[in-house]
Design a protein around this ligand. Structure first.
Ligand code: GDP
Ligand code: GDP
Length: 438
C-alpha cells in the first residue's frame, strides 16, 4: 500500500517549488515516464530507502492571491481525508496571514500528522520571522528554502519518521490478485462493481484495516478469487467532492498503488479524453497491469467490427508507446462481458508472474540479437552475452549482461522488449529490460 504525503498552503508560498525539490531529491528514480500535466502534481520520492508518493494539492485549485476560502478548504479537507502526512507550507517572507490561521485551525482539528514548513528562509531577513509561526499551534516550524534546498534533508527525515509502516495491511492479504477499478467520474466504476457484487453481499468479505479504513474487498465466486481495491465505488460517495477532478485523481492514485492490475473504465459515448490519459499515465508510472474496459457499449449504435477496430486504434494511439494491453467492450448496466473483464484482468495478473526458463530465454534471444546486433558506437562493439529474468520482482524484469551496457540505446532496448512480447504473452503488463555489465 502506497503512502501519501500532501502539500497544502495558500498560493505563492512555494508549494510547487517544494514539490519539485522533493521529487528531484529521490535517491532512486522509480520511473521516468514524462510528459503529462499530472507530473507537476504527483511524484514519487525515495528517501534513504523509504518510498512515498507526494501530491501538490495546490496544483488543482485556482492559484491566485485572492483565492476563496472555500477553495482552500477543499484542498485541506482532501489532504486530511487521503494523505498520511500533511506538509503545511507558509511563507517566512510574509509571516502569518489570516489564511494561514484559517488553514491551521482546520489542520489542528484533524488527527493527521502535520509538518509545518516555513519556506523562503533564504530571502533577506525572513529567517527571523520563523518563530512567529509557533502561534499556529502546530509545533515547531521547519525552516527551509525550496529554492536552494537548504533544510529539505531534515524535512525529508521528519516526513519518513511520521509515515506509517508500509504494507501493514498488505501483509494480512493472501497472495491473490488485487484489482483496482479506475476511471474518471461517471465512467461506470460503481456500476461495474455493483454488477459483480450485486445483491449478493455474502460473497464479499471486508478486510479490516489497521492504519486506515479498509480498502480491500475479497471476491470469491464463480471460480474467481481476488481483492477489489476500494475506490469511490464501494465506499460511500462523498457527494460534495465526487465531481472534483483532483479528488478523483487522488482516489485513483491510492487505488492504483494498492493494486496489481488496473481496470480502466472508459466511457464509450465520450471516447478518450485528457482525464483518461492522466489516469493511464498514473498506471504506467506505477508499473501496474492494465485492462481497458470500454463501458456503456449498450449506448453505442455502430457496433461493427470496423467501429471496434477504429475505437481500439484510437485508444492505443492515445496511450502509445505502451500498446500491448487488452481492450474489452462491455456494459456495466446490462452486464454484457463484465466477467470477461475480470477474466482478462486475471490473465494480465498471470502474465505479470510469468517466468521464462533461462535456457529457453537465451536460445531465443541469441537468435534475436544475432539477427540484429546492437549497433556499434564510435568503433566499439557491443556484445550481449546472456540474459536472465529476476525471480523476485513485481513485474517481469529481464537483465541482459553485456560488455558496454551504457552504449545500448533506447531504440535497441525497445527492440528487445518488442521481440520478447512477440514470443511470450506479457499482454497488459509493463516489463523491465535492463542492461548490466559482465
Ligand atoms: P505555490 O503557488 O505555493 O505553488 O508557489 P510557487 O512554488 O509557485 O512559488 C511562488 C513564488 O515563490 C515563485 O516566484 C517562487 O520562485 C518563489 N519561491 C518558492 N520557494 C522559494 C524559496 O525557497 N525562496 C525564495 N526566495 N523564493 C521562493
Ligand atoms: P462512476 O462515477 O465511475 O462510479 O460511475 P457510475 O457507476 O456512478 O455511473 C455513472 C452513470 O452512468 C450512472 O447513471 C450509471 O447508471 C451510468 N452507467 C454506468 N455504466 C453504464 C453502462 O454500461 N451503460 C449505460 N447505459 N449506463 C451506464
Amino acid at each position: 500500500m502506497g503512502r501519501l504525503v500532501a502539500i497544502v498552503g495558500r498560493p505563492n508560498v512555494g508549494k510547487s517549488t517544494l514539490f519539485n525539490r522533493l521529487t528531484q531529491t529521490r535517491t532512486a528514480i522509480v520511473d521516468d515516464t514524462a510528459g503529462t500535466t499530472r507530473d507537476r502534481q504527483y511524484g514519487k520520492v525515495d528517501w534513504c530507502g523509504k518510498e512515498f508518493s507526494i501530491v501538490d494539492t495546490g496544483g488543482w485549485v485556482v492559484n491566485s492571491e485572492d483565492i476563496f476560502e472555500s477553495e482552500i478548504n477543499k484542498q485541506v479537507y482532501l489532504a486530511i481525508e487521503e494523505a498520511d502526512v500533511i506538509l503545511f507550507v507558509v511563507d517566512a517572507m510574509n509571516g502569518v496571514t489570516d489564511l494561514d490561521d484559517h488553514v491551521a485551525n482546520i489542520l489542528r482539528r484533524s488527527k493527521k500528522p502535520v509538518i509545518l514548513v516555513a519556506n523562503k528562509t533564504d530571502a533577506g531577513e525572513s529567517r527571523f520571522n520563523v518563530p512567529e509561526f509557533y502561534s499556529l499551534g502546530l509545533g515547531e516550524p521547519y525552516s527551509i528554502s525550496s529554492a536552494n534546498g537548504s533544510g529539505t534533508g531534515e524535512l525529508l527525515d521528519e516526513i519518513v519518521k511520521d509515515l506509517p509502516e508500509d504494507d501493514s495491511q498488505e501483509q494480512e492479504l493472501e497472495k491473490i490478485p488485487k484489482f483496482a477499478i479506475v476511471g474518471r467520474p461517471n465512467a461506470g466504476k460503481s456500476s461495474i462493481i455493483n454488477s459483480f457484487i450485486g445483491e449478493d453481499r455474502n460473497i464479499v468479505t471486508n478486510i479490516a484495516g489497521t492504519t486506515r479504513d479498509s480498502i480491500y474487498t475479497r471476491y470469491n465466486k464463480f471460480g474467481f478469487d481476488f481483492y477489489l481495491v476500494d475506490t469511490a465505488g464501494i465506499r460511500k460517495k462523498n457527494k460534495v467532492n465526487e465531481d472534483i477532478e483532483y479528488y478523483s485523481v487522488i482516489r485513483s492514485i491510492r487505488a492504483i498503488e494498492a493494486s496489481d492490475v488496473c481496470i480502466l473504465m472508459v466511457d464509450a459515448t465520450l471516447g478518450i479524453e485528457s482525464q483518461d490519459v492522466s489516469i493511464f499515465s498514473l498506471i504506467q508510472r506505477n508499473k501496474k497491469g492494465l485492462v481497458v474496459c470500454v463501458n456503456k457499449w449498450d449506448l453505442v449504435k455502430d457496433k461493427s467490427q470496423e467501429a471496434i477496430r477504429h475505437f481500439e486504434a484510437a485508444i492505443r494511439n492515445r496511450f502509445a508507446p505502451f500498446t500491448d494491453f487488452p481492450i474489452i467492450f462491455g456494459s456495466a448496466l446490462t452486464k454484457q462481458r463484465i466477467f470477461k473483464v475480470i477474466e482478462t484482468a486475471v490473465d494480465v495478473y498471470k502474465n505479470r508472474e510469468r517466468i521464462i526458463p533461462t535456457s529457453q530465454l537465451n536460445v531465443y534471444m541469441q537468435e534475436v540479437i544475432g539477427a540484429y546486433p546492437p549497433p556499434a558506437n564510435k568503433g566499439k562493439y557491443i556484445k550481449i552475452k546472456y540474459v536472465t529474468m529476476l525471480k523476485e520482482s513485481p513485474i517481469p524484469t529481464f537483465i541482459f549482461f553485456c560488455n558496454l551496457p551504457q552504449w545500448v540505446k533506447e531504440p535497441y532496448r525497445r527492440y528487445l522488449e518488442n521481440k520478447i512480447r512477440e514470443k511470450w504473452d506479457f499482454t497488459g503488463t509493463p516489463i523491465n529490460v535492463y542492461m548490466r555489465e559482465k
